[in-house]
Design a protein around this ligand. Structure first.
Ligand code: PLP
Length: 372
């Protein structure tokens, strides 16, 4: 006996998507972003599946990096938000975890630290996201300060993050590139009068959307996240994005079937009413399993390859589906909520959300089943 609800995680699809990333720009290093438990897919399993294919992993904060080290992941790991408290600096150096420097305080803490080994650092520049990162006109000075520090590793990466790269018609990505290039120009000019030799620092700019839609953002390091999991980050179709394969397929099964007369309501708060006699399937998944409460009536699920609409309110452990047009529907039939044949980005749109949120909100209650 086992409840049929599970998130099937297809690791070969993950590797296929990673290969697409690599083919896009073979000369770049890729940092697979696996924050938030690899967008709900399981960070350790995802890291193991990708460690021979990428140059590093990116996470949001150091606890996520330490959990990966504890699981035996030896690939380089970068903390996108940098150190929140100063004790994290020594820990990061010990564990070969690289830290973003996103403000003056983090820079000062790193300069004042006495780590056991030189620390790998990325300098994060705010070119328009207005969230983290130093101002472009602070970059040259901070870069040189960090560069001169003995316990900061020589390869100092400059990084920025785009706000609107998912929208190919939005020019803000180009504007952010202009701001970054202005700061790089300033940095070069600080070296003009000095005898020191200067080569442009390595850059890390592109997330998935930029990687796909803005080729001039591809650099020494890319930072793909969502596309590894097989969801397109773009608002419009794209030749490469269309080749991505969904990694997570959320499935459950029909646990009850009944004929409901015309004019009857279905579910909590009686939000939906049958127009004619209808065959209603009850499926063993609800908001307690990561299927959003707000999902509206009409949202499709896949049963035997056919799209059928959910009807009525999502319960904690169940949903109801109108299978009147699917005469073959039977007890025990598999139901796909999203994934194979039903893109998570489309389902997210039904509920006014994005694929990222649906994936990362997958609770532990829903078992992950890994397939290769
Ligand atoms: C989450 C994140 C990424 C990955 O973004 P995707 O849209 O999932 O590809 C890249 N860079 C930073 C700084 C991030 O926070």
């Amino acid at each position: 006996m086992a409840r049929p609800t599970k998130a099937i995680i297809d690791l070969s699809a993950l590797q296929h998507n990673c290969q697409l990333v690599k083919n896009l720009c073979p000369q770049s290093k890729n940092m697979a972003i696996i924050k938030a438990d690899a967008y709900g897919h399981g960070a350790i399993a995802v890291a193991r599946a990708l460690e021979d294919m990428v140059h590093g992993f990116g996470v949001a904060y150091i606890e996520e990096a330490l959990a990966l080290r504890k699981a035996g992941i030896t690939t380089s790991i970068h903390v996108l938000e940098g150190a929140i408290t100063t004790d994290e600096i020594d820990l990061a150096a010990e564990e070969n975890i690289s830290l973003a420097v996103t403000n003056q305080e983090q820079k000062l803490a790193i300069l004042a630290a006495q780590p056991v080994k030189p620390l790998q650092v990325w300098l994060s520049v705010d070119t328009g996201m207005r969230r983290l990162g130093i101002y472009p006109d602070e970059m040259a000075k901070m870069f040189n300060q960090l560069k001169a520090c003995d316990h900061v590793q020589d390869e100092l990466v400059i990084t920025t993050h785009f706000a609107c790269a998912d929208d190919v018609g939005n020019d803000f990505t180009s504007e952010q590139m202009r701001r970054l290039n202005g700061a790089l120009e300033q940095l070069r000019s600080t070296y003009c009068d000095s005898a020191r030799e200067f080569t442009d620092p390595p850059l890390s700019l592109a997330n998935s959307a930029a990687l796909l839609a803005w080729p001039n953002t591809r650099a020494e390091w890319n930072r793909p996240g969502i596309m590894l999991y097989g969801a397109s980050p773009l608002l419009t179709p794209h030749k490469i994005a269309d080749q991505l394969r969904p990694v997570m397929t959320l499935t459950s099964a029909i646990i009850a079937l009944r004929d409901v007369p015309a004019g009857e309501t279905v579910g909590y708060a009686a939000t939906w009413r049958t127009k004619a006699q209808s065959r209603i399937a009850t499926v063993a998944i609800g908001y307690g399993d990561g299927y959003p409460l707000q999902m509206p009536s009409g949202t499709p699920v896949l049963i035997n390859g056919q799209r059928c609409p959910i009807v009525g309110r999502v319960s904690m452990d169940m949903i109801t589906v109108d299978v009147s047009l699917l005469s073959s529907a039977a007890l025990g039939d598999e139901v796909v909520l999203w994934g194979r044949g039903l893109p998570v980005e489309d389902i997210a749109q039904c509920v006014g959300s994005i694929s990222y949120e649906l994936l990362t909100r997958m609770p532990l209650r829903t078992p992950r089943q890994y397939i290769t």
